[in-house]
Ligand binder design. Sequence first.
Ligand SMILES: Nc1nc2c(c(=O)[nH]1)N[C@H]1C(S)=C(S)[C@@H](COP(=O)(O)O)O[C@H]1N2
Ligand SMILES: [Mo]
Length: 394
Amino acid sequence: MWKKLKTLHTYNGWIITILMISGILLFLPSLRGLLAPVRVGLKQAHIGVGIASVVILLLYLPYLKKHYKSRKQTGKRVNLITIVAFIVIWAVSGFILTFERSVSEGTAEAALFIHDLFTWIGLPVILYHSVTRLRWVQRQRKPLVQSEDEDTKPKIPLTRRGFIQMVAGTAFVVFIGPSFFKWLKQVLDDGGNSLKSVIANDRNRMTPPPTPLPASNPPKGGGYEGNFRVYTVTEIPKFTNENWSFTIDGLVDKPLTFKWEEFVKLKRTVQVSDFHCVTGWSVRKVTYEGIPLKAFLEKAGIQKEAKYVKFYSGDGVYTDALTLDQARMDDVMVAMLMDGELIPSDYGGPVRLIVPKMYAYKAVKWLVRIELIDSPHLGYWQMRGYDTDAWVRK
Ligand SMILES: Nc1nc2c(c(=O)[nH]1)N[C@H]1C(S)=C(S)[C@@H](COP(=O)(O)O)O[C@H]1N2
Ligand SMILES: [Mo]
C-alpha cells in the first residue's frame, strides 16, 4: 500500500503542476495573443488533465481513511485534507465552467471566482509543499546524523535539480505576482471605480469628445455591475484624430468614410445591455451610447449580393463577422460611450462593436471598418477553434 501511495503522490504532484501552469496560461490576459493558436487545445488539455485528477482521487478514496489515521502529525493531516479539498473544489467549479454555456450566468460567475480564488491560494501552498519536500531543504533543517558538534554536521550541496526547481519557482512567482494583485483589485473594485482608472490611462487622444445624451449621463442603467477583463491579442492601439477613421464599404451603394469630427456628429441612441465572455465572466447593465449598426447599413445602402457583414479592428489583426440578419438586430451597436464616458482604449475605444445577444468575442474592439461581403468569414477566434455559434445561453 505504501508504495502505491507514493506513486499516487508523484502522479498527483505532476497533475496538479500541469493544471496550475495550464490554468494560469489560460488566465493571463497578456498571453492571449501569443497563445491564441493553441488556446482551445490548451483548454481541452486542461479539462482532460482535470478529469484525470478526479480519477486519481477516486482511486485513492478507499485508502483515504487509513492514510489519514496513519499520519500522526497534525501538519501532515492538514496537508492531506487541504489537497483533497482543493481538488474537489477545483473539480466542481471546473466542471461548471466546462459547461458554461448550459448553466446560469450567476452560476458560471461564481464558479469562475472560486476556480480563480483557489488557484491563487493553492499556488503558494503547493509551491511551499514542493519546496519543503526537496531533499536539500529537508536536510538543511534536520541533519540525518544528529551530532553534538556543529562542525561535523554534514553539509549537503544543493543539487542541480533542486536549484533549477527553486529558480523556476521563484521566477514563476515573480512573473505572475502582478496578475494576482490585478485580479484582487478587480474583485474588490466596483465597476465604476475601475472605469475611472481605465479612463485615466486612456491612450487615445480624440477631440472633440462626444457630448453624452441625457439618457447616458447619468447612465440610464445606473452604472454597470461587474468588471471587464481587458483582452487583446495585440498591443493596445493608440488613436488620435490623425490616425483614426471609420469606413463602411464592400457591397454597398455608397461607401462612406468618416473622420472623427464627422463621426461624433452622427445621430446616436442609448441602450442598456449585458456583456458576456465565454470564459465565464459577465458585466451587467452597461449603458452604451452609439450608432445602431442597422442605421449604418441603411445609410450606406446594402447591395443585394451582400450576405455577411465583416468587422475590422484597428489593431490590424482582429476581425469578426455576422450574417446580414444578425447584423440587423436592433441592439447591435457601434458603441462610442459607456456609462456616459467615451470608451477608453483598454475597453476597445474610441469605438467598438457590441452584440449583446452573443458572446463578447463578437464585440470587436477598436472598430474602424465594416465591410459587406457575399461569403462567410471566420473571425479571429473562430479561426482558432471557437464556436461559430456565439449565441449566449437563451
Ligand atoms: N480587437 C479585439 N477585439 C476583441 C478581443 C480582442 O482580443 N481584440 N477580444 C474579444 C473577447 S474574447 C472579449 S471577452 C471582449 C473583451 O472586452 P474587454 O477587453 O473590453 O473586456 O473583447 C472581444 N473583442
Ligand atoms: Mo471572451
